[in-house]
Design a protein around this ligand. Sequence first.
Ligand code: AVJ
Length: 323
Amino acid sequence: TLIDPEIDIHLTPDYAARALRADARAGLTAEPKWLAPKWFYDARGSELFEQITRLPEYYPTRAEREILKARSREIAELTGAHTLVELGSGSSEKTRLLLDGLRDHGTLTTFVPLDVSESALRDAAAAITADYPSMVVHGVVGDFTAHLDKLPGEAPRVVAFLGGTIGNLLPDERGDFFESVREVLEPGEWLLLGTDLVKDPATLVAAYDDSAGVTAEFNRNVLRVLNRQLGADFDVDAFSHVAIWDADNEWIEMHLRADRAMRVLIPEIRLEVNFAEGEELSTEVSAKFHRHGVEAELDKAGFTSGAWWTDSQDRFALSLWQA
Ligand code: AVJ
């Protein structure tokens, strides 16, 4: 028989609903309009993202997997981790590569997945519990920008933030995030960070504007989320997917462009939103990095460099930092 993993819940049931309302109001009354990328990930959005990770143009997942495969033993040796904390633990396959390396080294006892979605967390925690019977799995339902002080597990811990999701934060938010991670860690504990690297714009744009149109559907899905959760009446098919490389900020920006003038009603927040023909709504920033930039930001937050690894084509980096 399987033992249910322990799950701590730090979000009230209506936390996500309130946050979505507040974000939708702030973003859709702003000039230019924006929506935060975390709202892509309802069940359909999460499935579309899984499809993205298998697209020929979307290299980051494969590149990071290559690094994890090659380096998880080394990560175990360098850190001697007793606990692995994974922030935004969606990608169970990559997590397993890390768990395997750490377990084979013999020090790891506890896995702490943290996610805002309770259902995703329960599924992930149950699957890991089943496949790693000797591992203590202690899930946390929480927001990684708000609930880091509640991390369980025996030291030394490694906090893994993979996939390049750090790129979704704006530079100031990133600084705050690195500082709060450093503050919750004891001196000597670790952060393992995945960052996508700056490369030629054609490769970057193709990764966010694939020929099969999966990323376009993923982008438009945020409007479906607003239609369902807030009773909005977005005509989803009247918005076109746009992916642009912002060379000054070194980030990819995804937009949704209104193909015609539209008035959208969002009854749950009592808001009417007008779009001009061609007006663009910003839905995601995905920043790309250079080694020196990552080093400067982590150094500023008080971390010491532990290791820097890239894939065989230098597209993506995995780096290790000690608090
Ligand atoms: C999950 C945030 C790492 O920015 O590459 C993929 C999300 N957006 N295609 C990324 C995403 C469009 C992805 N992250």
